[in-house]
Design a protein around this ligand. Structure first.
Ligand code: FE2
Length: 376
């Protein structure tokens, strides 16, 4: 609160001019609209965003009322929200932009990868669980298919945790996180307040933007399903990055240069990390895609903020287009494994019950097993 006492705020047509401890910035109205932290905008417990403000690059000056702790707004469309003085104080001085990193064509991984720009182009093979575990040739095909497509499905899985462990063992081992080793995912599970444990539509995202080493693979094994909706939808982040690099090279370079902070908060947990949306190797080739708007933390980049948000909005809107999505419907015994360093996932809203067991695995273990097979 020390910062907020010294803070001076003036509203003008462009935005809020904020001065604190010698740092100052004009936070544009579009930025303010994107960073309101009232309970309608951000979940009070998890700090996850509830509103997406993609594409709102220009926002008109709202009506406002300034209090001691917050400023209340009524926006041109009638929406009401507010921003706390603490949040305004937290983004000054403005964040270092970093150096834009121009992308070069191609991937910083070996090239046995097929990009899919539309769901129709995705043709991941399906495997039978017992064959992956029991047949080395099938296990090699399984590993190579995950690498090529970023996703495969698995049929005839047995119910229970042992099957999750044995499928993970075909690649490496189950990684323990705050969610446990093998975790249960269902709307009825109340151990975590995260949006994943609900029935509403979940927008496209990667997991673990708040972890320094995001999970490399995510394995879901369906245990129970009845009702309607609830398909998993996935999109190829490498393909989206390549499209942006073609359409807007400067925007892609910003997404490769700016580290985006993320957070995960629940009682007893406060995880934070940051990395660019498009991580690249030293040559500028794509190695990892990370995007989770729900878990994005507040930050302000100064003059680069508007072009950065334009690029972030463009790639977010791109992957939310249904034509980009490969869809997977669920029934008990079906599993999906996705490369969380490449492929974004979401979920359509659903009715009824939908219960999974899942696990995270490390990316380096997928890389390792591929090399071992290739050299074998
Ligand atoms: Fe997720």
């Amino acid at each position: 609160m020390g910062n907020t006492l010294a803070m001076r705020i003036d509203a003008n047509e462009a935005g809020l001019a904020v001065t604190t401890d010698g740092a100052s910035a004009v936070l544009e109205w579009s930025w303010i609209a994107d960073h309101c932290d009232d309970v309608g905008s951000v979940d009070a417990d998890t700090r996850q965003r509830r509103r997406n403000t993609y594409g709102n690059e220009v926002v008109a000056r709202p009506e406002l009322a300034q209090g001691d702790q917050q400023i209340d707004f009524v926006w041109a469309d009638g929406t009401e929200s507010s921003i706390s003085m603490d949040l305004l104080a937290s983004v000054l001085p403005t964040r270092h932009v970093g150096v834009p990193r121009p992308l070069v064509a191609g991937l910083g991984l070996d090239n046995d990868i097929t990009l899919w720009h539309t769901g129709d182009q995705a043709a991941p093979p399906s495997f039978v669980a017992s064959e992956i575990v029991g047949d080395e040739a099938v296990r090699q095909q399984f590993v190579n298919a995950i690498w090529r497509w970023g996703v495969v499905t698995i049929e005839q899985c047995e119910a229970g945790r042992a099957q999750v462990e044995s499928l993970a063992g075909a690649i490496g081992y189950v990684r323990r996180t705050i969610f446990g080793g093998v975790w249960e995912l269902a709307a009825e599970v109340t151990d975590h307040r995260d949006s994943a444990y609900t029935k509403v539509h979940l927008g496209m995202h990667t997991d673990g933007t708040y972890m320094h080493d995001a999970p490399g693979l995510q394995l879901f094994v369906c245990q129970e399903r009845d009702g309607t909706g609830g398909e998993s939808v996935i999109a190829d982040g490498f393909a989206a990055a390549a499209r942006l690099a073609d359409d807007d090279p400067e925007g892609a370079a910003l997404l490769a240069g700016v580290s985006v902070p993320g957070h995960y908060v629940e009682p007893g947990v406060d995880l934070r990390a940051e990395r660019p949306v498009i991580a690249t190797d030293s040559a500028g080739r794509i190695t990892q895609f990370s995007l989770n708007n729900y878990d994005r933390s507040p930050f302000y980049l100064g003059p680069a903020d508007r072009p950065f948000r334009a690029a972030y909005s463009a790639i977010s809107a791109d992957i939310e287009q249904a034509q980009c999505w490969h869809r997977i419907s669920w029934k008990p015994g079906r599993a999906m494994i996705i490369n969380n360093w490449r492929v974004l996932h979401g979920r359509t809203a659903f009715t009824g019950s939908r219960r999974f067991l899942g696990a995270y695995l490390n990316h380096e273990d997928l890389e390792s097993v591929r090399r071992v097979f290739a050299n074998g």
